[in-house]
Design a protein around this ligand. Structure first.
Ligand code: SF4
Length: 111
């Protein structure tokens, strides 16, 4: 399966209640080759940057990024974020949740 087919199939999935942003996805119009780069090194970095330039102009970037984080998409560029950027955001969110729970526990013990 080509990356274009995979991307089109993913974006063409039946819209759930909050997934109607897909109909405005700019990547569907420009092709998906850069959104699922394969390999390593400079060529991949250039493909990711090309995809991120498309995302920067996309009217549903925020919705796309939130969906990718919420559904734990591990491959490809979504919402202008690379795989590594989403992984970092998920880790940072997890650390923030843990810190909040620790603070709540401390307050509960001292109350
Ligand atoms: S933000 Fe990027 S990946 Fe998401 S729909 Fe828009 S162009 Fe596609």
């Amino acid at each position: 399966m080509t990356t274009t087919t995979r991307r089109a199939r993913t974006l063409a999935a039946p819209p759930a209640r909050h997934d109607d942003w897909r109909s405005d996805a700019l990547c569907v119009e420009v092709g998906a080759e850069s959104f699922f780069p394969e390999g390593k090194g400079e060529a991949v970095r250039q493909q990711v940057e090309a995809a991120q330039r498309v995302c920067a102009a996309c009217p549903v970037r925020r919705e796309c990024g939130e969906w990718a984080l919420a559904t734990k998409q591990t491959h490809g560029v979504w919402g202008g974020m690379s795989e590594q950027q989403r992984k970092y955001r998920r880790s940072a969110a997890g650390r923030a949740r843990s810190a909040g729970q620790a603070a709540a526990s401390t307050q509960a013990v001292s109350a």
